[in-house]
Write a protein that binds this ligand. Sequence first.
Ligand code: GLU
Length: 476
Amino acid sequence: MAGQNRRQRRSMFAAVCQRFDEAARFARPYPPGLLDQIKACNAVLHVQFPIRLDDGSVRVIEGYRAQHSHHRLPCKGGIRYAPNVTQDEVMGLAALMTYKCAIVDVPFGGAKGGICIDSRKEPPEIVERATRRYTAELAARNFIGPGIDVPAPDYGSGEREMAWIADTYRALNPTQLDAYACVTGKPLSLHGIEGRREATGLGVYYGLAEALDDPEEMRRLGLAPGLAGKRVVVQGFGNVGYHAAKYLAEGGAVVVSVSTIEGALYDPDGLDIEAVRRHIEASGTIRDFPAPHFLPNPAEALELDCDILVPAALENQITAENAPRIRARIVAEAANDPTTPEGEAILLQRGIFVIPDVYLNAGGVTVSYFEWLKNLSHVSFDRMSRRYQENANAKVIEAIEALTESRLSEDQRARLTRGPDEIDFVQAALADTMVHAYRAIHTTWRTRQLPSLRVAAYLIAIEKVANDYLTLGIFP
Ligand code: GLU
């Protein structure tokens, strides 16, 4: 996969800065130095610590945490687990988090962490030791805490790792009332929130559905409005790729290809996403799934004939090299930084519509924000309102029944009176967030005649962060 050579690639932080600069050209004049301060990465921690292996030997583990912006606290962003994570990579991803949070009005600064370990191949005990010690390193340097910096899952990490972080932080801060708000993406049993696991993929679905709903934009692309029948290629089948594929298929799209690092499945009639998931779960591999075609080089899937390409794996996948061969009309960036600036220039010149990462994958951090709020308020969103809502619904139904002199069946009544559960609040708020942010970006793009949706998204972020600096009085 192209992304495997990440160490040799251009600087990711520089690429994000390049995009910032491109958008900043369209920003109104700000006090000198303000844009430089917004762009700069505020703090980076680099740690190296020992863990003891089962054979008695010691291994030194390297880790990072980049806090890109302190203009709002806490800082927020995932921790990437991969043997070749670099400081530059986490700085770039942290910057992306700052802009992402601003775009979806999540009141946080951006951060990102990395631990140089292969969490899928290493035994769980080793990953646990590295995670707990990394957390202790962060805590010792005041780099973690509900009001300081709140990590979350990213590539190679999930609920398991977040549980270890929460437990370690709590052990170090036993009397801190809000300790569980030190990390998000936790298991439900450990103060997590319903809907966080699928949030990024579901957010991709909401964002894409909103974009496809625009008849004028679709006409320009030569596509019919709506998701129904659109042929979609999803690259990556991790938490983001799987959920994006699942919701897109449920929404009526035909997912013709999904892939892992081992290869891509291709079925022009559409794949059964749940069957693929079950196959991978049972056999540990995507190979041998009964699909008409298997492409051993997953990068080839990017070039398949389709309407929508959803890169949902790693960065640096669509480049100047393969962009001329992309056949999709829409590239929907579910991963962080999947398209290089040079690759994007070619896509745009070819009239391909690019929905940028900095907006489209913001569903994860949006629901993380809800989880953090839940942890701080020590109550789940449904608890205070469900029964009240059920009673209110029942009264409306009774009034209508009295007026119409008819009665609903018990089944109909139960469906209409049901009060909202936590998942209902989370998904409705996520949908609302994604739809509103899309409309803001799209309007800015069109009314200010900007070169791309990405420039519009960055410009919105720049203006919001600049406004915070000026109104919060944190710029000298
Ligand atoms: N790692 C995810 C991202 O890149 C989620 C971050 C979070 O929830 O804080 O957006």
